[in-house]
Design a protein around this ligand. Structure first.
Ligand code: NAD
Length: 526
């Protein structure tokens, strides 16, 4: 076992005992990081590292003077090459006994763990994650791999003898891979949301072409190099980088891909699914999309817990989590007390270089994100809302080299206002006043999204009513560590309902892996 720390960092345990050793390792990794800044990374196609004619530069949102690396502007022909390599690797990989595939994938989990500090620092610089959020994401990658390996073992490869088998006939259900999968990941969890689907596809016997967001190619390129360096046949894992209009386009609209996992916005996911439906043949298309996640605070709530939970989920990773709590419905009698406490705690958070030990919030990802922030704050004020804290961009020193904005709490808007319905993906949360749980549920459900939701209540009947009545795939009651966020493989599967996901099961849950296989019902007569 090569793990160098006994401390387990998840999204729900981002503090506590044993963190000193974690910080020492991170300090050293932060110091080493600049040695690799500016390097050029190839695409992984079969056994080759492939360069395109042109490269693009990836600058850090933490400090735009830092060029993290140079990445390939892949073209359609690179995607076709990667798909062909994946297809070529398919017979060898898919026909391996499942136990052998699992054994080799355990090696992938371990290899990621061995690089945990380096990978965490990359996430800090490339996404603007704070230290422990970054370590959590890397841990999650390894846990995804192990969890899906465990499921394969638990179900003994999904080879199930059926009724009617005997001396004269054998009847079986066998789950078998589809073939080549494309894995398209978003910028905010570039490693975990690549590693999770890639692991599930590979463990199930498929081969993969992964494509990161052009905003976060570094994290996925390093992850890809680590995966490709494990004991897999060349071509089982491929990685292409580049612009959506060339690389993404070819990957999704071209031929040779038998299944797609897309994680990203509702708008893009729906557009790709509509296009997918026009193909001559059907194929699985798993789309994990956005959220507009509500927290409900009842008069019976432990308000201290509620404030901590809402603050953590609303502003963690600068509100750029699909599970971010971007609206809070508070029962009238506790509105003032809750709001005051939330404003107080929000206005004192530390903002700065997220690679520093005591900083909680880094920059938002881009100028475009900042423009959306400005527009949302402006619109709130225009429409009669009050900005209770935040609303401004910070300036001076490092703040002039990234888009560092204050976490923002807004109230006074009507409950049907756009800011209660549109996913902003920013550190902004809106507070609404409700008369009771039924009204809270009604307004909470009045959106096209259904990703996560949370309640704070000390009343069992209220909690049960919330679980039964809320239209969301991942739900929490009384979670101080995050009102609406903090999933973990095997502990809290993560998936959405309604416009938040095309599939009905959660990543990191007991049903996820089966989506990467199709049933073959076998009858053999002797
Ligand atoms: P995005 O939709 O802009 O991009 C997602 C991926 O799709 C990226 O790899 C991007 O390059 C690619 N892409 C963009 N346009 C494309 C096109 N026209 N054709 C093909 N590919 C295209 O999302 P983002 O800004 O990277 O990520 C934020 C979004 O992702 C938010 O909406 C967030 O809620 C969502 N998200 C959802 C989950 C989940 O598990 N449900 C997890 C993380 C993020």
């Amino acid at each position: 076992m090569s793990r160098t720390s006994a401390t387990k960092i998840t999204y729900a345990t981002l503090s506590g005992e044993g963190l000193d050793e974690v910080h020492e390792e991170l300090d050293a990794a932060v110091e080493r990081a600049p040695e690799s800044f500016g390097d050029e990374y190839g695409m992984i196609i079969g056994e080759d590292m492939v360069a395109a004619a042109e490269q693009f530069e990836d600058r850090s949102p933490v400090d735009d003077r830092i060029v993290l690396g140079r990445f390939q502007s892949g073209l359609a022909r690179h995607v076709r090459g990667a798909v062909a390599a994946a297809r070529q690797a398919l017979p060898e990989w898919s026909l391996l006994p499942w136990q052998e595939r699992v054994a080799r994938m355990r090696g992938v989990a371990e290899a990621i763990r061995e690089h945990r500090w380096e990978l965490s620092v990359i996430l800090g610089y490339e996404v603007g994650k704070n230290r422990l959020e970054a370590v959590g994401e890397v841990e999650e990658c390894s846990d995804f791999v192990d969890y899906y390996c465990d499921r394969m073992e638990e179900h003994e490869g999904w080879i199930i003898p059926l009724a009617g088998s005997g001396d004269e006939q054998m009847n079986m259900s066998v789950l078998r891979p589809y073939g080549v999968w494309a894995v398209i990941s978003p910028f905010n969890f570039p490693m975990a949301l690549t590693a999770g689907p890639v692991a599930a596809a590979l463990i199930a016997g498929n081969t993969v072409v992964a494509k990161p967001s052009p905003i976060t190619p570094f994290a996925v390129a390093r992850l890809g190099e680590i995966i490709a360096g494990c004991d897999l046949p060349p071509g089982a894992f491929n990685l292409v980088t580049g612009a959506n209009k060339t690389v993404s386009r070819e990957l999704v609209a071209g031929t040779g891909v038998d299944g797609v996992v897309f994680t990203g916005s509702h708008q893009v996911g729906m557009q790709l699914m509509r296009e997918d439906a026009t193909r001559p043949l059907p194929r699985p298309f798993i789309a994990e999309m956005g959220g507009k996640n509500p927290a409900i605070v009842m008069r019976s709530a432990d308000l201290d817990k509620a404030v901590d939970g809402v603050k953590a989920s609303a502003f963690g990773l600068q509100g750029q989590k699909c599970s971010a709590c971007s609206r809070v419905y508070v029962e009238r009698p506790v509105l003032e007390e809750f709001t005051q406490a939330l404003v107080e705690k929000t206005s004192s958070v530390s903002i700065g270089n997220p690679l520093e030990k005591d900083v909680w919030l880094g920059p938002v990802i881009s100028e475009a994100a900042y423009e959306r922030y400005r527009a949302a704050v402006f619109q709130a004020v225009e429409d009669g809302g009050q900005v209770l804290t935040g609303g401004e961009r910070l300036s001076g020193g490092l703040f002039d080299h990234g888009f560092y904005v204050e976490p923002t709490v807004i109230d006074g808007l009507p409950l049907d206002h756009e800011l209660f319905r549109t996913e902003l993906f920013l550190p902004i949360t809106v507070i609404g006043k409700v008369d009771g749980l039924e009204q809270a549920l009604e307004v909470a459900n009045q959106t096209e999204y259904g990703l996560t939701a949370g309640i704070f209540s000390e009343d069992d009947a209220e909690i049960q009513r919330f679980f039964d009545g809320i239209e969301a795939g991942t739900v929490y009651a009384n979670r101080r560590a995050g009102a609406t966020a903090g999933a973990w493989p095997g502990v809290n599967p993560f998936g959405g309902w309604k416009g938040s996901a095309s599939s009905s099961v959660g990543a990191g849950g007991p049903y996820y892996l089966q989506q990467f296989m199709r049933e073959q019902s076998r009858v053999r007569v002797f």
